[in-house]
Structures are given as structure tokens and as C-alpha cells.
Design a protein around this ligand. Structure first.
Ligand code: DX5
Ligand code: ZN
Length: 376
């Protein structure tokens, strides 16, 4: 049996949201099988290689002795034909795997086709990458009390609890690491009996190692320290965990993601600042989303399940972008307390805003292809 296998891989510019589609046709051009699946993480070229691999596996499962693989990626086709060299380290392993599979057929050709002729595989890949974005990733809302009415913080915390907030975010500022002073230990201690919600304590202070013990004692469940504020990050993270709290490391907008890469497996939370810390009510910095995507990709590659938290200027207008980039926790101060909405409605507005990315917590099923194969 000679099979024509149309393949496509797509990451839509976002490696966290990649997918592949495969359509196998018999000699008469009839579709005999299709495949699609999301990829946890892949660039466009990696996704295309994965699609080729899937196509070859499918052909083997269908018992084909001869196979022609069609792809609209000039680069991947030429590399597999031997016309182009494979330079990228990331692609070399995939190329070798594909070549090994290709040798298992009596005849195996790989041919380039224009994108328009690969519409069905392309649609399956797009759908599959949508499935990736619909991966039910529970999103937590962590209101920051920095913009709340400080005269009645006890009530505020109780109201947050009743409004379905997931964490309470505390912004501790020392007037040194950041150009503002907010509140410290006694406030956290005083509010601790008011709720059982986790206290997410964001230390924007110099020498955080001097204070983590006291903050955990005061009631912090999660302690965030800035990577820019301490020289011995690993030791500090280990100490926070030893104290029985969850360890979070925060990065300022201009701090490269690489700074936390070695320590990623030790973290419970990564806190990516989307404003320069110091004040509530600042404008969200969209360039930081690239960093969120990078951290998300590293975490997915290593199978890490830490929370990825964004903080600063987060509102219902950009919450979906944050979640699509890979965030799982949204901090918001003015987006909740200055939104003009009652607290439960403001929290609900954030939840609604991310729904188009998370779905309703249920995975969307891929639809089977309805039309015949455009073979030839
Ligand atoms: C910034 C703080 C944030 C801030 C967020 O220094 O770390 O948590 O309170 O405030 P909004 O959501 O108003 O930007
Ligand atoms: Zn914060």
C-alpha cells in the first residue's frame, strides 16, 4: 500500500501552544486516518518535525510499505531530503529520529507542497494547538491589599475570602529596595486570624534573608524574595522551605529569566513583575510577557508544576494575555480595589476574562475532519 501523508505542525508563534495535524490518504485520495495532538512545548520547526514523525508512525501502523510525506515547511523538507544542513541542536535529534523512521519503509519520500494544498493537516494542527491553550490550567486570583482601604483591612480580608479569592497578596516595601514604604509584620500577624486563605507575602525589601523567619512566623504561607535583593538565592529558598512555607522568587521587569533558570526546580512559585515594583496602579508592561512565555516553556520542558504568578498592572483587559503566556496566578491591587466594582464582581471579571484561554476547566475535544483529502 502506498500512503500519502499530509503533515503540519504549528506553534502560532507561541511555543507553549503548539500542535500537530496529520492526514493519511490512500492511492485513491481517500482519507484513511487523521491524527492531531497538542505539544507541551515546541517552536514551529520542532512542531513540523514532530508532525513528520507522527505521520511516519501512522503510516507504519497502517501497514504502508511506501509512503510520501507532504509538508509545507521548505526547511524541514529540504533538511530531510539532505539538501539543507541541520544546524540547530534542537532539530538534530528530531531529524535523526525522522531519518531512522523513514528507512523502515521500502520507499519513503518527503515532498514540499504549498500551504494551500495542506489545508486539512494545517487545520488539524491549528485545532490541536487550540487544545493546548484549552489545557485546563486552573488560574488563581491573588488580590493585593495594597490598594484596599487600610482603615478596615480585617473586613477586606474577610470580604476577599467570601468573594472567592484564592490567595491574599501582601506587598511589603522597605523604602530601600523599592522607593516606597507600605506595611510589615504586625499587619500580617493581625490579619492572620481573619481568614484561612493562603497569605502570599511579596517582600520588596533589601536583605530578605534577615526577615523570612519572622514573616513565616507572622503567618506567611508563601514568601516571595527578589532575585535582585539577595546574593545567596538557593540558600534563602531552602530556608523558606525549611520553615514550612512555599518559596517564591520574584523578578523585576528588566531582570532576565536566566537569573532563575538554575533554581527553577526548587521553587514553588515564580513571580514575574509586570511593573517596576513600588506602587500600585502602574501600567502593565507587555514586553514582560516574553519572559513569562520563556519561564513557562522551561517549566513545561522540565515537567515543573510551580505556580507562575504575574504582578503589576494586571486587569481584566490583559489577564487573558498573561494566562495565554503561561501565568497561573494573577495578582491585582487597583484592578480589584479601584475597579469601581464590588470586590466579588471585580474578581469575577478577572475570571471571566481568562475563560477564553482556560475554557471552563474542561478540555475541548478536537472535531473530526469533515471533508475529503486534497491529495495531489
Ligand atoms: C507592585 C506590587 C504589586 C502591586 C500591584 O510594587 O508588587 O503587587 O500592588 O498593584 P496593581 O495591580 O495596582 O498594579
Ligand atoms: Zn506584589
Amino acid at each position: 500500500m502506498v500512503l500519502s501523508v499530509y503533515v503540519d505542525g504549528s506553534s502560532q508563534g507561541n511555543p507553549g501552544l503548539a500542535g500537530i495535524g496529520v492526514v493519511a490518504c490512500d492511492e485513491k485520495g481517500q482519507v484513511v486516518a487523521t491524527r492531531q495532538r497538542p505539544l507541551p512545548s515546541a517552536t514551529n520547526n520542532e512542531a513540523e518535525y514532530q508532525a513528520v514523525l507522527e505521520g511516519l508512525r501512522l503510516a507504519r501502523e497502517l501497514g504502508a510499505s511506501e509512503v510520501i510525506v507532504f509538508s509545507d515547511s521548505e526547511l524541514v523538507v529540504r533538511q530531510l531530503q539532505g539538501a539543507y544542513q541541520v544546524r540547530s541542536e534542537g532539530l538534530k535529534g528530531l531529524w535523526r529520529e525522522a531519518k531512522a523512521l523513514m528507512r523502515q519503509f521500502r520507499r519513503c519520500e518527503i515532498r514540499h507542497i504549498p500551504r494551500e494544498q495542506n489545508a486539512q493537516a494545517n487545520r488539524l494542527a491549528q485545532q490541536a494547538s487550540d487544545l493546548a491553550s484549552f489545557r485546563p490550567r486552573a488560574v488563581k486570583i491573588a488580590p493585593s491589599i495594597l490598594s484596599a482601604d487600610f482603615r478596615r483591612l480585617g473586613e477586606v480580608v474577610r470580604e476577599l475570602t467570601e468573594s472567592g479569592a484564592d490567595w491574599v497578596h501582601f506587598d511589603v516595601m522597605d523604602g530601600h529596595f523599592v522607593p516606597n514604604i507600605s506595611f510589615g509584620l504586625p499587619v500580617i500577624e493581625a490579619l492572620r486570624p481573619e481568614t484561612s486563605l493562603p497569605f502570599d507575602v511579596h517582600l520588596m525589601i533589601a536583605e530578605p534573608e534577615r526577615y523570612v523567619d519572622a514573616f513565616v512566623k507572622a503567618g506567611a504561607d508563601i514568601v516571595a524574595v527578589h532575585v535582585e535583593a539577595t546574593a545567596h538565592l538557593h540558600r534563602l529558598v531552602a530556608r523558606i522551605k525549611e520553615l514550612g512555607a512555599k518559596a517564591s522568587v520574584a523578578l523585576n521587569p528588566a531582570t532576565p529569566a536566566e537569573w532563575i533558570r538554575p533554581i527553577l526546580p526548587f521553587l514553588d512559585v515564580v513571580l514575574v513583575m509586570t511593573v517596576d515594583p513600588g506602587f500600585a496602579g502602574q501600567k502593565f508592561l507587555p514586553f514582560v510577557l516574553d519572559k513569562v512565555r520563556t519561564v513557562r516553556r522551561w517549566m513545561d520542558e522540565q515537567g515543573l508544576t510551580a505556580e507562575l504568578e504575574v504582578d503589576g498592572g494586571v486587569t481584566a483587559a490583559n489577564a487573558a494575555d498573561c494566562v495565554a503566556a503561561g501565568a497561573t496566578v494573577l495578582v491585582s491591587a487597583s484592578g480589584i480595589f479601584q475597579s469601581g466594582l464590588p470586590i466579588p464582581d471585580a474578581i469575577e471579571a478577572l475570571r471571566q476574562a481568562v475563560k477564553k484561554v482556560t475554557g471552563d476547566g474542561t478540555e475541548k475535544e478536537g472535531e473530526p475532519p469533515s471533508e475529503g483529502c486534497r491529495c495531489g
